[in-house]
Design a protein around this ligand. Sequence first.
Ligand SMILES: C[S@@+](CC[C@H](N)C(=O)[O-])C[C@H]1O[C@@H](n2cnc3c(N)ncnc32)[C@H](O)[C@@H]1O
Length: 289
Amino acid sequence: MDRSENTSGMAKSHIIRITDQEFTTLANYVKDNYGIDLTKKRILIESRLTPDLRRHGFTNFQQYIDMLFKEKSETEIVNLLNKLTTNLSYFMRENEHFNYLFSQVLPYLERTRTNRELRIWSAGCSTGQEAYNIQMVIDEYFGARKAHWDTTMLATDISMRVLNKGQKGIYTADELKDLPANWKSKYTVALPDGTFQIIEALRKQVIFRPGNLMEPFNFKKPFDLIFCRNVMIYFDEQTKAELVNKFYNWTAPDGYLFIGHSENINNLRTRYTYIQPAIYQRRDGFNAH
Ligand SMILES: C[S@@+](CC[C@H](N)C(=O)[O-])C[C@H]1O[C@@H](n2cnc3c(N)ncnc32)[C@H](O)[C@@H]1O
């Protein structure tokens, strides 16, 4: 280690500063292509990205930006986004959603989806906990009746790294600590290295795919349930409004949108009907009762 560095991180003098122009170029690019608002993250950009600049042998941010634009390397851009945002996810997160899913939504969908198909999307799924949690709730609700239902769901994220982990469905004991003990024994198997894998029957129910929420959506059919929780925290109001509008267009007439409890979309003048904190329903053409 260089003498001027300390053990807790890089010495201030080693941080490469970003100019106003470089900052604007980078922030606009990330916002236009990924919806992520970096305007308040200038210091973070300098401290978190300096090691990447050094790794490439760059001495200023312009060289790094030129590389991003020229190579249009997904890996490098997603690496950048990962450094500035968080992929944090955990089981039983915002459990009120899963309770509502079990007690209200699934009984309603069971009554109304006569083709016995549920269309579900975990948008911004990170490492898969949300998707598997949904599948556990579905399994608990339907029990033996599940054999008659198609509940295969989609899980998307921009980061391949998190998608790979989600697809494997392998978690440490610590990552599973919030899961009820009976769910842990029912829905995971212990591996020789001390980790646990989600059982195959559940893994088969989740299709992990790369997907950028800023790009146009193109699916075969609309969704009964869209979970987009703790993703929009990084987006500015306009980006959020556009995304929620796109979600609305891809929600089945009486389907639901679940967002994170810290994300408020009431002020976006959304067409969704507010149901309870962080739960919305598309109600045009609604004939539930
Ligand atoms: C904090 S995690 C939330 C995971 C999960 N939904 C939950 O609530 O536990 C946010 C995820 O959103 C993803 N993300 C951010 N911007 C995205 C975009 N434009 N398109 C797709 N995924 C995005 C990130 O890669 C990250 O994995």
